[in-house]
Design a protein around this ligand. Structure first.
Ligand SMILES: CC(C)(COP(=O)(O)OP(=O)(O)OC[C@H]1O[C@@H](n2cnc3c(N)ncnc32)[C@H](O)[C@@H]1OP(=O)(O)O)[C@@H](O)C(=O)NCCC(=O)NCCS
Length: 167
């Protein structure tokens, strides 16, 4: 984050996360691991309860990015302010090495363990790299929806079955 990367792709959370880490590192890690309830600030400033979920770092000997899963136990439904079950971001200097594609493939069994038979992912229609990450992992397109953050670009919706796929 000190190099200019924000784990949240909709809102730049660098300053607040670095402050939280400095203030209470153990508490920050507990939240990251989903062991502690927390508050999430949305792009429009609203504060909502953090959904259960997990975060995994991408690592190749050094930090490459993060992928996260969020869900409501017992249902595949998501609250209207959550655009999908999975979010990911790779630091700019580690992109195009297959890391996001691999990270998503490793996250799907964890989503299944969490009780999700399928997961919803959304990405901006012009985010070609993210679309490829999703389709490489079996994403099936299911139309699009308005995009509150970028009204001029539609958000594409994809579902991925979490059952193990053949070779
Ligand atoms: C989207 C993102 C996570 C992809 O991460 P990555 O590790 O570079 O992705 P991969 O290396 O697994 O590449 C996936 C595919 O996208 C392609 N790709 C990578 N960067 C690309 C670019 N800038 N333009 C077009 N295609 C690109 C790769 O060639 C690969 O295609 P292939 O499967 O046909 O070989 C990364 O660009 C990122 O962090 N972007 C900002 C945050 C973001 O958009 N997150 C997703 C929100 S929905």
């Amino acid at each position: 984050m000190t190099h200019g990367w924000s784990p949240n792709t909709i809102r730049d959370v660098r300053d607040e996360e670095l402050t939280a880490i400095a203030k209470n590192t153990a508490g920050f890690l507990r939240q990251l691991r989903g062991e502690e309830a927390g508050i999430v600030k949305l792009a429009d400033g609203r504060e909502v309860s953090r959904l259960p979920g997990l975060v995994r770092w991408m690592w190749d000997g050094e930090f490459c990015g993060a992928i996260n899963l969020r869900y409501q136990p017992g249902t595949e439904e998501l609250p209207p302010y959550v655009s999908g079950h999975v979010g990911y971001s790779v630091v700019p200097w580690k992109r195009s090495r297959g890391y996001a594609t691999r990270a998503l493939s490793l996250l799907l069994p964890l989503a299944r363990q969490a009780g999700l038979a399928r997961v919803l992912l959304t990405c901006d229609a012009d985010n070609i790299a993210s679309c490829r990450v999703i389709t490489a992992n079996g994403g099936i397109a299911e139309g699009d929806e308005p995009n509150a953050d970028r009204p001029d670009v539609r958000k594409l919706r994809f579902w991925i079955d979490t059952a193990p796929r053949g070779p």
